[in-house]
Design a protein around this ligand. Structure first.
Ligand code: NAD
Ligand code: IPM
Ligand code: MN
Length: 364
């Protein structure tokens, strides 16, 4: 039978709770399809700071590199928020992205009709939203030089450098064109070319690459205007490609089009099929340990793992269908609009998805 190695990095806060549900879904997929998943576990983020003295232990990077794909929960929390940069949980996440070469971050936002009421926007604005933010993940202001110094007037001063080279831009633009080619053949590149030199280079490279994709229509939009258009008329977008920090911000915004940040999955891909899969949301310290976190973003991330890293497309389709079916049947966690008395917990929601998944496999 086919064997796959999956590295699980639950992390902090609600991370362990939601990863557990996604792992149970993957175990069911294995049982139903006859493939074997070998799960290994590693520490990252705050828990690794506490146990290993660093947010990204060498052992964790080793486990991740030895796997076919990585499933991650979330990192961070108030306990570590006052730590210096090198001892912050988020530094571990950035380190693993860089260390594994995960330059392409895919963040799809799809509105399913049964969640129309969960969005804070008008139903007619968000009905039918189906877009994907492609975020450059290993460059830009996240990875430029950081400096803290005292200026000539004795003031505490800080610098974050935003740097891109043309190769980094070209490879993410190419990934986006490939995705657009399989969707509506429309690609919107988002930048701040009226102000930033890095954006002017970004635009030039995008135009150059566009010559190889005559079947795809490339447009450019400034990031401030894009943020406005995303809430005004989100259906105009299909594939959005943008640099690291703009993509971070726009993808959280896109999440709210679909009802909740607890729904948004992501894939972070390297060259080839290797990838790390995680929900877009964070460790949600305010609800950690309460058993009420929505596990669907992580379960949908596991579906992306099945499809993009393992090539198990049919199983991935079935997991996604199960999630939509459970929502269609009216089941809700608190973040997607259940009133308090009816809200399902993390484990109950995971169970419902697995019951539905069993039905999907039984129906062939
Ligand atoms: P967050 O996404 O953790 O939480 C924002 C709000 O959304 C909170 O009210 C939270 O309860 C809610 N929420 C998030 N996920 C949910 C889920 N699955 N179900 C129900 N509700 C959910 O963002 P934040 O509060 O800004 O950040 C908290 C910590 O998480 C910080 O330390 C931050 O650095 C970290 N963070 C980590 C990641 C990651 O690991 N990829 C991403 C974002 C933030
Ligand atoms: C995300 C998060 C991370 C980011 C943080 C936790 C480093 O917000 O995955 O979107 O900014 O990339
Ligand atoms: Mn973010």
């Amino acid at each position: 039978t086919k064997q796959y190695n999956i590295a699980c990095l639950p992390g902090d806060g609600i991370g362990p709770e939601i990863v557990a549900e996604a792992v149970k879904v993957l175990e069911l997929v294995a049982e139903q399809t006859g493939v074997t998943f070998n799960f290994s576990y590693g520490r990252i983020g705050g828990i690794a700071i506490d146990e290993d003295g660093t947010p990204l232990p060498d052992e964790t990077l080793r486990i991740a590199k030895a796997a076919d794909a990585v499933l991650l929960g979330a990192v961070g929390g108030p306990k570590w928020d006052q730590n210096p940069g090198h001892l912050r949980p988020e530094t571990g996440l950035l380190g693993i992205r860089k260390g594994l070469g995960l330059f392409a971050n895919l963040r799809p936002a799809t509105m399913t009709d049964s969640l129309l009421e969960a969005s804070t926007l008008k139903p007619e604005v968000v009905a039918g939203v189906d877009l994907i933010v492609v975020r450059e993940l290993t460059g830009g202001i996240y990875f430029g030089q950081k400096k803290r110094f005292t200026d000539e007037n004795g003031r505490d001063t800080a610098v974050d450098e935003l740097i891109y080279n043309e190769d980094e831009i070209e490879r993410i633009i190419r990934v986006s064109f490939e995705i657009a080619r399989k969707r509506s053949k429309k690609l919107c590149s988002v930048d701040k070319a009226n102000v930033l030199e890095s954006s002017r280079l970004w635009r030039k490279v995008a135009e150059r690459v566009a010559a190889d994709y005559p079947d795809v229509e490339l447009t450019h939009q400034l990031v401030d205007s894009c943020a406005m258009q995303l809430v005004r008329a989100p259906k105009q977008f299909d594939v959005i490609v943008t640099e690291n920090m703009f993509g971070d911000i726009l993808s959280d915004q896109a999440a709210m089009l679909t009802g909740s940040i607890g729904m948004l999955a992501s894939a972070s891909l390297a060259e080839g099929s290797f990838g790390l899969f995680e929900p877009v949301h964070g460790s949600a310290p305010d609800i950690a340990g309460k058993g009420i976190a929505n596990p669907l973003a992580t379960i949908l991330s596991a579906a992306m793992l099945l499809r993009l890293s393992l090539g198990l497309d049919d199983a991935a389709d079935k997991v996604e269908k199960s999630v939509w079916a459970v929502l269609d049947a009216g089941h809700r966690t608190g973040d997607i609009g259940a009133d308090k008395s009816k809200a399902l917990g993390t484990i109950a929601m995971g169970e419902l998805v697995r019951e539905e998944l069993k039905k999907q496999f039984a129906a062939k």
